[in-house]
Design a protein around this ligand. Structure first.
Ligand SMILES: Nc1ncnc2c1ncn2[C@@H]1O[C@H](COP(=O)(O)OP(=O)(O)O)[C@@H](O)[C@H]1O
Ligand SMILES: [Mg+2]
Length: 227
């Protein structure tokens, strides 16, 4: 472990030296906060429909539905594996997300963005000229489209969950991602993702999409042509 990068409400992310077998110098370790310090109040909307993809057994489903320690432990674990499997799917599809390496208990090891002195900044603090802003914005929309093509809506997309390094954007932080085929709130979450993205680009003098119209267009192409 070299140093902590950031301590958020869900997790602490560390910059670490990589094992020689990994064929890279550095890795990021996202260490989820222990169960006792977390609240699952906002979980409901994100968890909806998730069990269809994961196919847990009946005992686990019952556990997820109640508030016992067993249920909470399963939820905690499901939340972390969901981030890992989403990163795996999207990275394999060619999206701009960190290359996931492995999960060990509450820790996800993934590609580190940055160098040994400086972790990549989050996009929100980056000054972009108009040309860069237009290119980055297009690339974010391209990623959102690709996410939909692979049945994912990020659901917490904002310039706080985008890293900027070597002129390119990387989208991070996927535990709350939802599957639009099974989640009734996914369209609204998609509209919100686009609106939060637009807010950052509003003063950059570039053309931005209408969040609702664009979300519906993506929805018709990838989820339901009748919508
Ligand atoms: N792969 C990575 N490379 C470099 N920094 C990262 C990486 N992943 C996360 N970070 C840093 O850690 C912070 C928290 O990570 P994030 O996945 O957004 O968790 P949360 O917001 O839930 O705490 C990010 O804002 C970013 O500064
Ligand atoms: Mg985050």
């Amino acid at each position: 472990m070299i140093r902590p990068i950031k301590s958020g409400k869900e997790a602490v992310v560390f910059c670490c030296r990589a094992h020689p077998s990994l064929d890279r110098d550095l890795v990021a370790a996202k260490v989820y906060r222990p169960l006792e310090t977390r609240s699952f109040k906002r979980d409901g909307v994100y968890q909806q429909g998730r069990s269809r993809g994961a196919r847990p057994d009946a005992r686990m489903l019952r556990a997820l539905g109640n508030k016992t320690q067993h249920g909470r432990t399963h939820k905690f674990s499901a939340w972390i594996s969901h981030e890992l499997s989403t990163l795996q799917t999207l990275h394999a599809a060619g999206a701009d997300v960190p290359d996931p390496i492995e999960r060990v208990g509450p820790v996800i090891l993934m590609e580190y963005l940055g160098d040994i002195e400086n972790p990549a900044p989050v996009l929100v603090g980056v000054q972009l000229n108009r040309e860069e802003a237009a290119r980055i914005y297009e690339r974010i929309l391209w990623n959102v489209d690709l996410f939909l093509a692979h049945h994912r809506v990020h659901a917490d997309l904002s310039p706080y969950n985008m890293l900027f390094w070597n002129g390119a954007v990387t989208i991070i932080d996927f535990p709350q991602a939802v599957d639009p085929r099974y989640n009734d709130d996914a369209l609204e979450l998609l509209v919100r993702d686009l609106a939060n993205t637009n807010a950052f680009f509003a003063d950059k003098e570039i053309d931005v999409v209408d969040p609702r119209k664009h979300a519906l267009d993506l929805w018709r192409r990838h989820v339901d042509p009748q919508r």
